[in-house]
Design a protein around this ligand. Structure first.
Ligand code: NAD
Length: 234
């Protein structure tokens, strides 16, 4: 492999699995107990907002608990970003903050963040570490009922797409970690990068059926540090 100068890394739920946060599609994962159309669509929110508030409040409470910490894979990415001399963009589908806690800096949350909420009227985004619901008064409109989780639901537009597309067009290596490749547009990023002649690498626990140039299988906490340490030695 050639020494890269410009790199885009995409992470999915698999990188946080060993930190204790369930992925969505595992047999015992989140979707098994919470149908996607109920908790991750605008229609589900309109139908039963209390259920949706509760779902994200529980996820936030779990994320803030002492047991949840970044693992070796998050730390390896932060170290690589620090030591790598080239251009580096980390795009995550995850709504947790484990990359930031590990020290990652140039990071875009394409599907939003669990520790943020947004006013549906003004679109102003606020930090939130506690629970909130329909009765919580919005800090900008001072009325209840306007605040929603700052997460991208199915059918909504992901964030930062222009910036990501520009980086995909300019990178010489694209690496996807712990993502099943089921959720678009992120699932198509490696093809965009390939069209622009980037090398594409997938690091996952198991085969996903995607046609990356290189596949490395194993738990993220083991394969990610190894891969990125080797990349620094090129
Ligand atoms: P996914 O659940 O569809 O796929 C997870 C992938 O990770 C699978 O391919 C699985 O094989 C792999 N995996 C599981 N454990 C792993 C490990 N220890 N090491 C390496 N790989 C491992 O998740 P996705 O592709 O990210 O897409 C689902 C959507 O779910 C995303 O949009 C994301 O926003 C959301 N989500 C986020 C979180 C989070 O913030 N931590 C958690 C669950 C889901």
């Amino acid at each position: 492999m050639k020494k890269p100068e410009s790199m885009v890394v995409l992470t999915g739920a698999g990188i946080s699995a060993e930190s204790g946060i369930e992925t969505f599609r595992a047999k015992d994962g989140l979707w098994a107990n919470h149908p996607v159309e109920e908790v991750a669509t605008p229609e589900g929110f309109a139908r039963n907002s209390q259920l949706v508030y509760r779902f994200y409040n529980e996820r936030r409470e779990q994320l803030m608990s002492e047991e949840i910490k970044p693992n070796n894979a998050h730390s390896a990415l932060a170290k690589f970003e620090h030591d790598f001399g080239g251009s580096f963009l980390l795009v995550t589908q995850n709504i947790d903050d484990l990359h930031e806690r590990a020290g990652s800096k140039n990071i875009l949350h394409i599907h939003g963040e669990l520790l943020k909420m947004r006013c549906s009227n003004s679109q102003i985004v606020f930090d939130i570490r506690e629970s909130f619901d329909f009765d919580t008064h919005c800090q900008c409109c001072r009325s209840p009922g306007n605040l929603r989780p700052h997460v991208v639901w199915f059918g909504e537009m992901p964030f930062h797409m222009n910036q990501i597309n520009m980086a995909l067009g300019a990178c010489d290596i694209f690496v996807a970690i712990g993502t099943s490749g089921n959720v678009y547009p992120a699932a198509g990023f490696y093809q965009n990068a390939k069209i622009n002649n980037a090398q594409t690498v997938e690091l996952n626990l198991e085969e996903t059926g995607s046609t990356f140039d290189t596949h490395i299988y194993g738990p993220a906490s083991q394969v990610v540090p190894r891969f990125f340490e080797e990349l620094l030695t090129l």
